[in-house]
Design a protein around this ligand. Structure first.
Ligand code: KIV
Ligand code: ZN
Length: 526
C-alpha cells in the first residue's frame, strides 16, 4: 500500500465521446458505465446534459442505474447548463456538477469577449448556482495551462470561496510540457488561500503526446485527481489514457508512492469493450492494451525472456487482464471450460449469452483447427448487447474476380419482422455488398475507411472488419468479426447503418419542446 491515493475521474463518456467516430447510444453508454464501475473508477463524467436530449437521458440513466462511483455532469457557466446538469445527476447517490469557463487571454479576447473581472464574476455565480443543487462542485478554468498564473490563482481562490470542492486545471489544447504543467500546480498550491480544502485535478490532452507525462507531473506537484479516458480517446489527439496513467503509477509505485482504486485486471477487457462499442480500433503498439504491448519479436529479447521474464518485461500481462494462454480450447472442450475461459478473459455474461457463445464456439471449433483467446474474445464481445438494432443480417452472397463485374445480394431482417432483399453491382464485391445494404435501408454513407485484419493466427483465423463512414457530417464506426471476411464487412457496415437508423428513429419519436443547443456563447448566464 502506498501512502497516498489519487482519484481516477473517467471522462470516456464525455470528453472521450467527443472524439470523431466515438458517439454512443444510450444502451452503449450504460454498458460502458457499468464496465467503468467494475474497473473501479472513482468518478464517471457521464456527459454534457445540455448538449442534446440524448445526452441528458444518458447522464440521468447512469445516475439512476450505476451505483458506486460519483456521477458527474458537465455544464458551462450559465444557468440553463447548470440546472440541466443538476437535473440529470440528481438521482445519483453521489452527484457532481462540473462547471467550466475559459480564463486564458486568447479565450477571453476572441471567444468570450469578456474582461477578467467579468470572468471571475460569472465563475463565482455559476459555482454558487451549482452549489445550490449539489454539494460536490468541480470548477475548471478552461485553457488553464495558457492562463496568466496570477490571474489563474485569483480565479481559483474565488472559485474556492464560492464553494468549489475540486479545482481542475485543463490543458485544453495539449500545449503544456511536464515541468511547466507541474509548476502550475505548485504555484497554485503556494499562492491560493484555502487550497488545502479542495482536491486539485489534472486534465490533459495529447496533442503533443504528453498527456500522461503532464498528468504524472501534476500528481508529483499535488494533484490528487486525474481526468482520463479508456484507450485515451477524446477531442483531437485524445485525452490522458486511463490504462497508461494507472499502470505508470502502479509499476513505478517505488517512485510515486501513490495508489488508485483501479482493478487493473479489468483494464484490457474495458479497452476491448470500448473499442467494440465505438468501433474504434486500438493501435497495435498502444501502451498497455495494444496487440504488441507484450509481444517480443527479436531473438535476443525472446532469449532473455526465457531466461528471466523481468529482463524485458516491466509488467505482467496478466496484471492488466491479458492472458498469456496461446491455444485455449478445441472442439472437444466443454461448456464449463469455455465458461471459465470467458470469465478469465474478464467478460461478465448472462447464462443465455454464455450459451450463445458456446454454440458459436462449437461451430467455430468445427471450422478452425485451434481456437485462440482472441477468438473467444470476439465471440464474447459480439454477445454483449449494445441496444436495439433495426436491421439484422439474414444472408449475404457476392461474386467477384478477374473479368467479372462484382455483384452482391443481401437480405436483411427489419425489426418489424419483414425481410428485405436487394442486389447491387460495385467496384468490388465488398462495395457491392455495401451498396445493397444502402439500397435496402435507404441510408447512404460516405465510406472514409475500411480495414480487414485477422484476430488470431493461422490461415483459418477469423477476420475482423472495421468500417468508418460519414453520415450528415458525423463520423461513425463499426466493427465485426466472422470467419468469412465478406460477412464481417457486411456486419461492420450494418453496425454503422443501425446507429444512423436508430438515431433517425429516436429523432422522429422524440417530442422536443425543451431542446437546448450548445454554442460557445455564454449568453443567458446566471
Ligand atoms: O479540455 C478541457 O478544457 C475540457 C474542459 C471542459 C474541462 O474538457
Ligand atoms: Zn478536455
Amino acid at each position: 500500500m502506498a501512502d497516498q491515493h489519487v482519484i481516477i475521474f473517467d471522462t470516456t463518456l464525455r470528453d472521450g465521446e467527443q472524439s470523431p467516430g466515438a458517439s454512443m447510444n444510450l444502451a452503449e453508454k450504460l454498458q460502458v458505465a457499468h464496465v467503468l464501475k467494475e474497473l473501479g473508477v472513482d468518478v464517471i463524467e457521464a456527459g454534457f446534459p445540455i448538449a442534446s436530449p440524448g445526452d441528458f437521458e444518458s447522464v440521468q440513466a447512469i445516475a439512476r442505474e450505476v451505483h458506486g462511483p460519483t456521477i458527474c455532469g458537465l455544464a458551462r457557466c450559465n444557468a440553463a447548463d447548470i440546472d440541466r446538469a443538476g437535473a440529470a445527476v440528481k438521482d445519483a447517490a453521489k452527484p457532481r456538477i462540473h462547471v467550466f469557463l475559459a480564463t486564458s487571454a486568447i479565450h477571453r479576447e476572441f471567444k468570450l469577449k469578456m474582461a477578467k473581472e467579468e470572468i471571475i464574476r460569472r465563475a463565482v455565480e455559476g459555482i454558487k448556482r451549482a452549489k445550490g443543487l449539489v454539494h460536490d462542485v468541480e470548477f475548471s478554468p478552461e485553457d488553464a495551462s495558457r492562463t496568466e498564473l496570477e490571474f489563474l490563482a485569483e480565479v481559483v481562490e474565488k472559485a474556492i470561496e464560492a464553494g468549489a470542492t475540486t479545482i481542475n486545471m485543463p490543458d485544453t489544447v495539449g500545449y503544456a510540457v511536464p515541468e511547466q504543467y507541474g509548476a502550475i500546480f505548485s504555484f497554485i498550491r503556494k499562492n491560493v488561500r484555502g487550497i488545502d480544502k479542495v482536491v486539485l485535478s489534472a486534465h490533459c490532452h495529447d496533442d503533443l503526446g504528453m498527456a500522461v507525462g503532464n498528468s504524472l507531473s501534476a500528481v508529483m506537484n499535488g494533484a490528487r485527481q486525474v481526468e482520463c479516458t479508456i484507450n485515451g480517446i477524446g477531442e483531437r489527439a485524445g485525452n490522458c489514457a486511463l490504462e497508461e496513467i494507472v499502470m505508470a503509477l502502479r509499476t513505478r509505485r517505488d517512485y510515486y508512492n501513490i495508489d488508485t482504486n483501479i482493478n487493473t485486471k479489468r483494464l484490457y477487457p474495458a479497452s476491448r469493450l470500448l473499442s467494440h462499442v465505438t468501433g474504434l480500433s486500438v493501435q497495435r503498439n498502444k501502451a498497455i492494451v495494444g496487440q504488441n504491448a507484450f509481444a517480443h519479436e527479436s531473438g535476443i529479447h525472446q532469449d532473455g525472456m526465457l531466461k528471466e521474464r523481468r529482463t524485458y518485461e516491466i509488467m505482467n500481462p496478466e496484471d492488466v487482464g491479458i492472458s498469456r494462454t496461446e491455444l485455449v480450447l478445441g472442439k472437444h472442450s466443454g461448456r464449463h471450460a469455455l465458461r471459465q475461459r470467458v470469465i478469465d478473459l474478464g467478460y461478465v455474461l448472462s447464462d443465455e449469452q454464455l450459451q450463445r457463445v458456446f454454440d458459436l464456439f462449437k461451430t467455430l471449433a468445427d471450422k478452425k483447427k485451434v481456437v485462440y483467446d482472441a477468438d473467444i474474445e470476439a465471440l464474447a464481445e459480439a454477445q454483449i448487447h449494445s441496444g436495439p438494432v433495426l436491421w439484422t443480417l439474414e444472408t449475404v452472397t457476392c461474386n467477384g474476380g478477374s473479368g467479372t463485374i462484382p455483384s452482391a445480394v443481401v437480405a436483411l431482417w427489419h425489426q418489424d419482422g419483414t425481410i428485405k432483399r436487394e442486389a447491387a453491382l460495385g467496384d468490388g464485391p465488398v462495395d457491392a455488398v455495401f451498396k445493397a445494404i444502402e439500397r435496402i435501408t435507404g441510408i447512404e454513407l460516405t465510406l472514409s475507411d475500411f480495414r480487414i485484419r485477422s484476430v488470431s493466427e493461422g490461415e483459418d483465423a477469423q477476420g475482423e472488419a472495421s468500417v468508418e463512414a460519414i453520415y450528415q457530417g458525423k463520423n461513425l464506426s463499426g466493427r465485426a468479426v466472422s470467419t468469412d471476411i465478406v460477412e464481417a464487412a457486411a456486419l461492420a457496415f450494418l453496425q454503422v447503418v443501425n446507429r444512423v437508423a436508430l438515431r433517425n428513429k429516436i429523432d422522429l419519436d422524440r417530442v422536443k419542446p425543451t431542446q437546448h443547443t450548445p454554442d460557445e456563447s455564454v449568453s443567458g448566464v446566471v
